[in-house]
Design a protein around this ligand. Structure first.
Ligand code: COA
Length: 319
């Protein structure tokens, strides 16, 4: 038994924040941002838009693309770092907004930018085991809420959005293997240290990142986990039709492609228009490429991500 992606969807908030807009907010330049990150613009959620709202739009599109009825969904997993509330989970809120209240299991997965890989892997285990038939797996973020808009070293990097997939238990090959890792000793280099305590926020509620340290680790672990996934399936880079990487920085994506000897023509890139949307970045990229007709049935896709924790992981699948 396998689990297979049968539909994708995504949603970006209407408001676009360009590098030129950022030039008016902090001491930066379009030139610096593009050269160092590849980012040109990103989307920012409206004041009243929550992670579950973005997730709702993306989910409806994914369910429509899958061609199944809503009540066939029997598992909802949401990957997010910017949940609507401390609790309940964004998955529970999404389940209710979809009209599936009291119909199926729903829970969140928190692995920051690797969240979607962790969530998809979790759903795959449930479906392969026969426990559920159709899972809705969503990555959704309103990162703009946890960004210090006066800190030029972080505010130019991130954006908001959501992506979703419907996964079906099937005898036909879909997800071939998933590979998850975490090194919690690295947690201080990328974190939002704040916590709610006795009615107050203790510690900074904004993203802190040691950019250089994250960069070095990211390039290394992404190569390692890609090799691990290919090795587990007896594959080499020439067997990979598409790399769908986490969209943090074009230089990280290009470095990974180079280390794997993958032509950039086989790499899905959206970072220029989305920025880093954390758990949403891989399903957003997946949906865009799918709707552009890039993937053919039977193509081999390698999904991979890295993020706070440090966490990292990869999924190898047949489209
Ligand atoms: N605009 C202009 N200058 C900036 C700037 C900005 N937005 N942000 C930082 N700078 C300056 C720094 O102050 C520094 O100036 P100095 O040399 O006078 O001290 C200079 O640019 C170089 O900074 P540095 O941090 O070394 O740049 P970098 O080449 O490492 O690029 C990142 C910075 C953040 C783009 C890069 O480290 C990165 O992408 N890291 C990984 C981030 C990531 O992927 N995070 C998420 C993982 S999920």
């Amino acid at each position: 038994m396998y689990s297979r992606i049968i539909g994708t969807g995504s949603h970006l908030p209407e408001k676009v924040l360009s590098n030129q807009d950022l030039e008016r907010m902090v001491d930066t330049s379009h030139e610096w941002i593009v050269t160092r990150t590849g980012i040109v613009e990103r989307h920012i959620a409206g004041e009243n838009e929550l992670a579950s709202d973005l997730a709702l739009h993306a989910s409806r599109k994914a369910i429509e693309a899958a061609g199944i009825s809503l009540n066939e969904i029997d598992l909802v997993i949401v990957a997010t770092t910017t949940s609507d509330m401390l609790f309940p989970s964004t998955a529970a809120i999404l389940q209710s907004k979809l009209g599936l209240a009291n119909h199926c299991a729903a829970f969140d997965v928190q692995a920051v930018c690797t969240g979607f890989i962790y969530a998809l892997s979790t759903a795959d285990c449930y479906l392969k085991s026969g426990r559920y038939r159709h899972a809705l797996v969503v990555g959704t973020e309103v990162l703009s809420r946890i960004i210090d808009w006066t800190d030029r070293s972080t505010c130019v990097l991130f954006g908001d959005g959501a992506g979703a997939v419907v996964l079906k238990a099937d005898s036909e090959a879909g997800i071939l293997s998933s590979h998850l890792h975490a090194d919690g000793s690295q947690n201080p280099i990328l974190a939002v240290p704040g916590r709610v305590c006795n009615g107050k926020i203790e510690g900074s509620p904004f993203v802190y990142m040691s950019g250089n340290a994250v960069f070095k680790i990211a390039v290394n672990v992404l190569e390692q986990v890609a090799e691990e996934a290919m090795h587990a399936n007896g594959m080499t880079p020439s067997d990979i039709d598409w790399l769908v990487p986490h969209q943090a920085n074009i230089r990280i994506i290009e470095a990974t492609a180079k280390k794997l000897s993958l032509d950039m023509a086989r790499v899905v890139v959206t970072v220029d228009r989305h920025g880093n949307t954390s758990a949403a970045s891989i399903p957003l990229a997946l949906d865009e490429a799918a709707r552009e007709g890039k993937f053919k049935k039977g193509d081999t896709l390698l999904l991979e991500g890295v993020g706070g924790g440090i966490t990292w992981g990869a999924i190898l699948l047949k489209w």
